[in-house]
Design a protein around this ligand. Structure first.
Ligand SMILES: [Zn+2]
Length: 536
């Protein structure tokens, strides 16, 4: 059935936009877009949906988030600030969560940032023991690079006082050297994975698919039609594949498969495009820690706790070996790199593997790129590295960045400078680290205002159209999909989002208040807040 969408404002994001008043959708694709009369005349029998002046933009794309984790953490107690302002409030939330957590699963909270708490420190095992005594409880930091365990969880995880720090990670310790419950980086990732896998297994058949379906519904309500899952593993891949087979995916999912599972994926014949909604074409590697956990690998040391220089997972030679291996295997390589020391090592690895003069045909990426200072940005541009970053971190966590980076904080996430250097920058959320709401990311790319009202890098503010491009045309490019999605043009997939206001004509402060009226994937609504598409 042909569908005509008209009486709207069309922000096509096409390079060469012709005036558009109406759009014809046929077989899941955009068949025509242009003047209302012409479009109607080309499809006389079409169903017509009149939008009453609403704005149509290309379906929004989150080029780096953690879809399965969004579904999984939906069950965790909300321990974010300002909603839980101090450790007592976190304790109350965890106690409440304990009441609804099945026996055998860990009680789970998430979303705190220690520097936003009234106490200005991480909660400890003693704090968690008071809230949840006698059974394991875990509190995940908003960065998902740190967590806190109570005594029962420490015991079940096999972490004991006197044990040395594990490779790629660290334990927090009290003045007597005993574990205080805080766990940084590698052991935290292992723990998260173990809990996720165990809880999916416990929930039984179809649970994994249900979890990614729930996450997809949330993302669709935010206007998202595509998302990269930035740590796809064997079991979460199975969950996505099951959801896809059941027609339960509300986004096109582009999987970044964790490096130690990519060889398995390739050997099992699962590398590539599985359907129009599921693909595994990329590999994810972590070079260093996180910005808000102060574990990103920097030159120099942090002036704030834990006062280190950050954590590197792989040094240059090991990174080079991995990039060479996956590049030869046909994978796009996506490396998490936040600190300048890590970014330097990643660029060295890419430079060693990419043939001089041949560009970057697989579009290898840097994920985040927080402290990619000007000389590094020049190098990344020369290598044609794609950078996938997160403007929304600025309002959510920017005050913490300012404390950790001082004078240099204006040079973090320098989107305008990066683009001027010639880098393709794509937008994303890193959810559930922060909200997946792309309208918040768009606002932050324009305003760069922290929650305390500080301007972080005012020279790096983007015009509204460039901010929207991060989540449309640029994000499509970062996933090799610019011929399919990212703009509203004939022949492309009919992925679009209908808003109650035009983000290019709205005061930036008001952009997050714009309502998503409908999210349409391949011509079929996957979300609508009103009955705009009756019968769907
Ligand atoms: Zn991430």
């Amino acid at each position: 059935m042909d569908l005509v969408v008209e009486d709207g404002v069309f922000v096509t994001m096409a390079t060469d936009p012709a005036p558009a008043e109406s759009m014809l959708i046929r077989d899941g694709r955009i068949a025509a877009i242009g003047p209302a009369g012409t479009v109607r005349a080309s499809a006389p029998g079409a169903e017509v949906v009149r939008l009453g002046g609403a704005t149509v933009i290309p379906g929004l794309i989150d080029a780096h988030c953690h879809v399965a984790d969004i579904g999984y953490l939906a069950a965790a107690a909300d321990c974010s600030q300002p909603s839980a302002p101090d450790i007592a409030a976190i304790g109350a939330r965890l106690r409440e969560a304990a009441g609804r957590t099945p026996e055998g699963s860990w009680v789970m909270g998430s979303g705190y940032a220690e520097y936003k708490l009234r106490e200005g420190r991480h909660p400890t095992r003693a704090d968690l023991d008071r809230a949840v005594p006698g059974r394991p409880a875990v509190l995940y930091h908003t960065s998902l690079h740190v967590c806190v365990l109570n005594t029962a969880a420490l015991r079940e995880a096999g972490f004991a006082d006197g044990q040395p720090d594990p490779p790629g990670g660290a334990f927090g310790r009290d003045s007597g050297g005993r574990l205080d419950g805080v766990v940084y980086e590698a052991p935290m990732f292992a723990l998260f994975e173990r809990n996720l896998r165990r809880d999916i297994a416990r929930m039984g058949a179809g649970a994994g698919a249900g979890l990614v379906q729930a996450a997809g519904r949330r993302l669709a309500a935010l206007g998202l039609t595509a998302a990269c899952d930035a740590d796809m593993r064997r079991d979460t891949f199975a969950a996505f594949a099951e959801a896809d087979a059941g027609g339960l995916l509300s986004q096109r999912i582009y999987g970044l498969v964790v490096h130690d599972q990519a060889d398995w994926l390739a050997a099992a014949g699962l590398q590539g495009r599985h359907s129009s909604r599921l693909a595994t074409e990329a590999v994810k590697i972590w070079a260093d820690g996180g910005m808000s956990s102060r574990t990103a690998a920097i030159s120099g040391t942090y002036p704030v706790p834990p006062h280190g220089s950050g954590i590197m997972y792989f040094e240059r030679d090991e990174l080079t070996r991995m990039v060479r291996h996956f590049d030869a295997g046909g994978f796009q390589v996506c490396i998490h790199a936040q600190g300048d020391r890590a970014i330097q090592a990643v660029l060295d690895a890419y430079a060693a593997v990419l043939a001089p003069g041949a560009g970057n045909p697989r579009r290898h990426r840097i994920e985040h790129g927080g402290a990619m200072y000007p000389p590094l940005a020049e190098r990344a541009a020369a290598l044609q590295i794609v950078v996938v970053s997160q403007p929304g971190l600025l309002s959510a966590l920017g005050d913490g960045f300012a404390a950790a980076f001082g004078d240099r904080s204006d040079q973090l996430y320098a989107f305008a400078s990066w683009q001027r250097a010639g880098i393709t920058v794509a937008g994303s959320s890193d959810a559930p680290v922060i909200t997946a709401d792309p309208l918040i990311g768009i606002r932050d790319a324009i305003l760069r205002r922290t929650s305390d009202g500080r301007l972080l890098g005012p020279a790096e503010r983007l015009p509204a159209r460039d901010a929207l491009a991060l989540y449309t045309t640029r994000a499509a490019f970062a996933c090799h999909r610019e011929n399919q999605t990212g703009s509203l043009e004939p022949g492309k997939l009919a992925d679009f989002t209908i808003l109650d206001n035009n983000p290019l004509q709205t005061e930036p402060e008001q952009i997050p208040g714009i309502g998503v009226l409908a999210t349409v994937l391949g011509g079929t609504p996957v979300y609508q807040s009103t009955d705009m598409f009756p019968g769907h």
